[in-house]
Design a binder for this molecule. Structure first.
Ligand SMILES: NC(=O)c1ccc[n+]([C@@H]2O[C@H](COP(=O)([O-])OP(=O)(O)OC[C@H]3O[C@@H](n4cnc5c(N)ncnc54)[C@H](OP(=O)(O)O)[C@@H]3O)[C@@H](O)[C@H]2O)c1
Length: 293
């Protein structure tokens, strides 16, 4: 990380990349990812959105259907992406953990699978080929809650021994920050950054609140107090497109689009533990019902 990049604010008068960029947004079919995709397309980028349901037909938007809840489908999704021709890969796919542990067909806890393992698998599948036909250093952005100091616990990453929605969410946030730091070090050819959007009104919390009055009230408050996905996208896309990022890697952006340092708690050792735990978990699949790590 170049120290000068911290505190970096972008001069809106400076030119930024846009027209002709090739971007894939995994999780670009809804919420923040969809807002990013539309904003980038409006600036002349060709954007692939990946998810289960396409909702935003429009110029420069292409859809690839993928259900990222099994490792087989994650690998198939990676194979569908035109890795060599991408300038940018953005992960905004995600869900929130359920009240009681939900397991995927592989035996992975569902939030961990969709909001993290899919990103890990896709990035590992594409890392060597990403952007090799493009003139610029390829960029990868990982959305979650990086920089907030979430430590989580790499032990029992898959919540096979005990499950709490709150703790599992903390693990998913922390392990995504570890993914950014590990990928920045492991793949120096790539520029890798974390994105912390803060609170944004989307449908993601409906799995907790339902879609009734409480959901409408909660999201009404979030929508009143915090920027919409569209406003956040207008703020972030110039940063994602900034030529200044060409030589950078391994840090994050806060909701205001300011560059921020990685969490102090996310040391090199903890990052390595999370990545080791991920690799060990993938090597054990499929995990049978009731199996303990
Ligand atoms: N909204 C917030 O306040 C907030 C705060 C902090 C962090 N974040 C993070 O920001 C990211 C985006 O969140 P959001 O609020 O924009 O959520 P969202 O509106 O619910 O969008 C989630 C995206 O993930 C995709 N997705 C979910 N399950 C999938 C599956 N099994 N297979 C393939 N794609 C799947 C959805 O695609 P389909 O709908 O097509 O299935 C959708 O495109 C997440 O990582 C979230 O944790 C959000």
């Amino acid at each position: 990380m170049n120290g000068s990049s911290l505190g970096m604010r972008l001069d809106p008068q400076r030119p930024f990349l846009g027209a002709g960029l090739k971007v894939a947004v995994v999780g670009g079919t809804s919420g923040i990812g969809a807002a990013f995709a539309k904003e980038m397309a409006s600036k002349g980028a060709d954007v692939i959105v990946m998810g289960r349901t396409f909702r935003d037909e429009g110029p420069r938007l292409t859809f690839i259907k993928a259900d990222l809840s099994s490792v087989e489908s994650m690998k198939a999704a990676a194979a569908e992406l035109p890795a060599e021709d991408l300038d940018m890969l953005i992960f905004t796919n995600g869900i929130l953990p359920a009240k009681t542990r939900v397991a995927t067909s592989d035996g992975l806890e569902a939030d961990l699978a969709v909001s993290y393992i899919s990103r890990f698998v896709i990035l590992r599948e594409l890392s060597e080929r990403l952007g090799t036909n493009r003139p610029r250093r390829p960029r990868v952005f990982v959305m979650g809650g990086p920089g907030l100091g979430e430590k989580g616990n790499p032990a029992d990453l898959n919540a096979e021994n005990s499950y709490s929605r709150f703790l599992q969410h903390g693990k998913t946030v922390a392990v995504n920050e570890a993914l950014v730091l590990d990928a920045a070090a492991r793949f120096p050819r790539l520029a890798v950054f974390g994105l912390n959007p803060g609170l944004i009104k989307t449908d993601i919390r409906s799995s907790i609140t339902g879609t009734g009055c409480f959901f409408r009230f909660t999201e009404g408050v979030v929508g009143y107090c915090f920027p919409s996905a569209e406003v956040y996208a207008e703020r972030l896309v110039p940063v994602l497109f900034a030529p200044a990022l060409e030589k950078e890697s391994g840090f994050h952006f806060n909701p205001k689009a300011d560059a921020i340092k990685p969490s102090k708690v996310m040391t090199t050792q903890l990052t390595a533990k999370y990545i080791e735990a991920t690799e060990a978990l993938l090597a054990r699949l499929p995990i049978k019902d009731g199996e303990k790590s």
